[in-house]
Design a protein. Structure first.
Length: 78
């Protein structure tokens, strides 16, 4: 890929890093969403939609809000 005089390559690297960070936050939010129990299914569906519609703020808000929710109990392997 040839560097263009209008957009320096450092901006390209910055946008890739920011995109990967946003994608990582979305994946972390969806994994956390799948593991916690909400008060109702509509609340859980609402949070899922917020995470998809608002890419960075949605997962961050969900991760902050879900810290107080109970986690699903996993069966022990022993």
């Amino acid at each position: 890929m040839e560097p263009t005089p209008l957009v320096p390559s450092s901006y390209d690297v910055l946008w890739v890093v920011l995109t990967l960070a946003a994608l990582g936050m979305l994946i972390a939010g969806i994994v956390r969403w799948a593991r916690v129990r909400a008060d109702s299914q509509s609340v859980q569906l609402g949070w899922f939609l917020v995470m998809l519609v608002v890419p960075v703020i949605g997962p961050a808000a969900f991760l902050a809000a879900s810290r107080t929710w109970d986690r699903r109990v996993r069966p022990s392997l022993t």
